[in-house]
Design a protein around this ligand. Structure first.
Ligand code: IMP
Length: 509
């Protein structure tokens, strides 16, 4: 680690895929071993991080992952969309776990507020969008960012000034009501607003859609818990650059970035290291090193959108997009995970049906959302997408995670290029025609959904690698695969993660 972080004072950890790649483990690792400050700068409660330390296990959505490390400062930066009620819940869990956060957690005064109307708009869009459904986490992320960019959003700081808050809230609610009236689904609206994350109906008004007074009361009450932490975190971080070890904690992944991702099936923040820097009040050049996480050799995606290498293709997308949840509910299981464990645990790794192989992979990798509990869509590692991520970010130092998951899979497929099989598609001065080969993905859903993966097949290494502590001792078949990925994408695997725990980490030479 010392060699890797030589002369590094600000380190960013981001994901080069569609998120859920195991960032949490490495943020936690560097938070313990290296950082003085851990700062989040993008996304909101759509993220879910499971952190474990000292025998305690906690899922955080807004609180940075360094909160379990005594003495470290944790920052929620300006680029985060923050729901104060959600944060208040997380803080009460910290208190219940005797995790002291006083004086160690600070919140950007210019972070953006997520309010009940944002959750409502997000969930309503999910219902009325039909084919264009994104499959969001329903945490109000898109509407909160959209309102900010449309200049009628609210800041965390507004909570410190009651009159300003009420005034801006009224303005915002007026816009939201106008939008919601257009949906013309009063029953759906009422149903959504009766859900627990929307106060089980407390924010609903049959006459006005929103009960403004209840929103004011609830948000000002949560604000009282947070107000001592609200400050100018941008200035704090600017002053800390070069003097303290700053760990910038990414959320989601590059392929979900609003700027660089597989639009429109993306989130609404820029998940790149550049977006992360801005979201904590720094410049991109303040980041001395970025480590980009790549999950291999199983890749996953949650929500809608093309996924060329998905195991089981459309069947898997349908299953993970709601069908599994429906069946689990109908059959009395408490979650899809519980149902899949009950029904599919006995499947073998030489299973010829790729949809089922996907389920084995998901169960082995515990690939279920920490925020929504949705089953993640499983697929083979996609190098055209990784090449694209490397091209746009220049991030060639990577951390390969979850290498242990496919350990018993006899054949590992890696997609090395695509064949485009679709209508003639013009992209700038380039014209794509059926039969064209693509080595670098074009991150547009209109293109990706017509890309057929062309695979290279490799023999699996067929053993448990969790106990291995040195690169030298890794199975030859796995080493060959890693070399192939590095060579094909111009990356360098600096760290290999061979299991979930901190000791399952190998620093490469
Ligand atoms: P939103 O961020 O809730 O608006 O969701 C937009 C898209 O990003 C959906 O496809 C989500 O499944 C996906 N997404 C959001 N957060 C995460 C995450 O933390 N991991 C993986 N996918 C995510």
């Amino acid at each position: 680690m010392t060699a890797l972080l030589n002369n590094v004072r600000t380190l960013a950890i981001v994901c080069s895929q569609w998120g859920d790649t195991g960032k949490g483990k490495f943020v936690d690792y560097f938070a313990h071993e290296w950082a003085d400050i851990i700062a989040r700068g993008t996304g909101g409660a759509n993220a879910g991080h499971t952190i474990e330390a000292g025998g305690k296990r906690l899922i955080v959505h807004l609180v940075p992952s360094g909160i379990m490390c005594p003495g470290k400062i944790n920052v929620i930066g300006n680029g985060v969309v923050l729901d104060p009620r959600q944060l208040a819940r997380e803080l009460s869990e910290l208190r219940a776990g005797n995790i002291d956060y006083e004086d160690r957690l600070i919140i950007a005064q210019n972070a953006k507020l997520v309010l009940p109307q944002h959750l409502v708009l997000d969930k309503m869009r999910g219902i009325v969008a039909g084919k264009g459904k994104i499959g969001t986490t329903g945490r109000g992320i898109g509407p909160a960012y959209a309102h900010y960019y449309d200049r009628f959003g609210l800041f965390v700081n507004d909570l410190l000034n009651r009159d300003v808050f009420v005034d801006r809230l009224d303005q915002n609610l007026a816009e939201c009501k106008a939008l919601l009236k257009g949906y013309d689904r009063p029953d759906e609206l009422k149903k959504i607003m009766s859900k627990p994350d929307l106060g089980s109906g407390m924010f609903y008004s049959a006459k006005d859609i929103f009960d403004r007074d209840n929103i004011v009361a609830a948000y000002l009450a949560s604000a009282r818990e947070l107000e001592s932490m609200v400050t100018d975190t941008d200035a704090f971080l600017r002053e800390s650059v070069g003097r303290k070890n700053i760990l910038a904690e990414g959320a989601q992944g590059l392929l979900l970035s609003i700027l660089f991702g597989t639009y429109p099936f993306v989130t609404s923040s820029d998940c790149s290291d550049q977006g992360l820097a801005t979201g904590i009040g720094l410049r991109h050049r303040d980041i001395d090193k970025t480590l980009a996480i790549v999950k291999a050799f199983l890749m996953t995606r949650v929500g809608e959108g093309a996924f060329p290498t998905e195991m089981g293709g459309a069947k898997s997308a349908f299953w993970c997009g709601g069908e599994a949840e429906r069946i689990a509910r109908e059959e009395g299981f408490s979650s899809v995970e519980e149902m899949e464990v009950a029904k599919y645990s006995s499947l073998k790794w030489d299973e010829p049906n790729e949809f089922l192989l996907g389920i084995i992979s998901r169960l082995t990798g515990k690939e279920f959302g920490a925020t929504t509990h949705r089953p993640r869509r499983p697929g083979w590692l996609d190098l055209p997408l990784l090449r694209y991520a490397v091209h746009v970010t220049g991030n060639t130092d990577i951390i390969l995670t979850k290498l242990d998951v496919m350990g018993m899979c006899p054949v590992i497929k890696v997609c090395n290029e695509y064949e485009y099989i679709g209508p003639v598609y013009r992209i700038g001065q380039r014209t794509l025609q059926s039969g064209d080969r693509l080595k670098v993905a074009i991150p547009r859903d209109d293109v990706l959904k017509h890309c057929r993966p062309i695979y290279r097949e490799f023999p699996g290494w067929m053993c448990d690698i969790r106990g291995i502590t040195s690169e030298r001792d890794l199975p030859l078949d796995l080493k060959a695969l890693i070399c192939f990925v590095e060579r094909e994408t111009g990356t360098h695997a600096k760290i290999l993660s061979v299991g979930p725990d901190r000791e399952h980490t190998i620093f490469s030479n």
